[in-house]
Design a protein around this ligand. Sequence first.
Ligand code: SF4
Length: 420
Amino acid sequence: MTKLMETRTVRVGDVLIGSGHPIVVQTMCNTHTADVAATVAQCRRLAAVGSQLIRITVPSLSDVPALQQIHDTLREEGIQTPLVADIHFSAEVAMAVVPVVEKIRINPGNFHPDHEKARQLFGQFLEKCKQYNRAIRIGLNHGSLGKYIVEKYGNTPQAMALAAMEWVEMCMDAQFFNVVVSLKASNTVVMVQAYRELARLMQEKGVVFPLHVGVTEAGNGDSGRIKSCVAISTLLSEGIGNTIRVSLTEDPANEIPVAQYLARRYGPVIPSEASVSLSARETALLKAACDWGAPLLNHEVDDIPLEDEYLKDEILQACRRRFYKPEYIACPGCGRTLYDLENTFNKVKAATAGFKDVVIAVMGCIVNGPGEMADADYGYVGEGAGKVTLYRKKDPVLRHIPEDEAVDKLVELITADRAE
Ligand code: SF4
């Protein structure tokens, strides 16, 4: 068990997050929020397998009544798991969900293109959260830092931490302390450095908020699990991290046993009575990723003595020490996803497995997908209505392609670029 970096305690409903408490395991629904029955059913399942917080996207004001219904139905059924509203861009939606759920995740920098205006809106949001005694997560992701931040600080782990500190300091000035912070990235090196830097900066300020730790767009299968484990375990082994999410492009229930493994390995006590057991193979895979993540990411070793060559390749790639296949970035999907992300991602992986030294992103929506796929060379982004846009770096190069042609077009695009 690791001694956690000392933090404040944040209350989210009945759940306490911070160094004096067990590591909290959480996930996010991938149903459409407007589909109340499907979202309630998924929340029931997630609570039953041990998710201690459940996040739900709220794409627009018109989804707020559905969020209220989901919340009320769960409480009527006796399910007390706190809900977290996931808000992108709209301060108006952020304000509207404060009376509805226990916690709100926002990136305040995206509240308004004008930075001063964004600060003003964030100040108003904090006042409302104080009034309702809510918790918030300031969630900044690599790749969606916003123009102002990138121009001011650059696009580095240090920039991510400095950008977060601006909002953290505003919370301190407003005497609002029910705050959790996250700095996710799909690149494990960037992610680890960003959290370390943020922890250092908060310690310097003398107010340390709990950290929500995770690798964003980690993908699926063994690779997604290993990528999450190498980075999250590195931070937890240093005492950094109070709540975790293992993002997988799969059924969100599959994330929980992996997160519970991590929480048990590094946390003060077993996080939840509800738990799902892992197979012997999965346990061995997670153990190896946790054993070797920190030594590889910290460059304490250059190779690892594993006989299983596949596992060795996967761990080395997750730590960005050796690339044996394309690097895949895929969001976990949420209520904004407008196509069958999981199957499409598997098709993209199968069709592109032969390429080397390339980063391919598969993202669920056109609203956040392009911004979030920070390091990708190519992006497959669902537009909805059966259409896809393909990206080369940040540029959309083929728009409105029918879904059933898009994987082939992606392969053609990469092949043509390589022939040049
Ligand atoms: S990129 Fe993926 S996870 Fe992020 S908002 Fe869009 S669909 Fe949801």
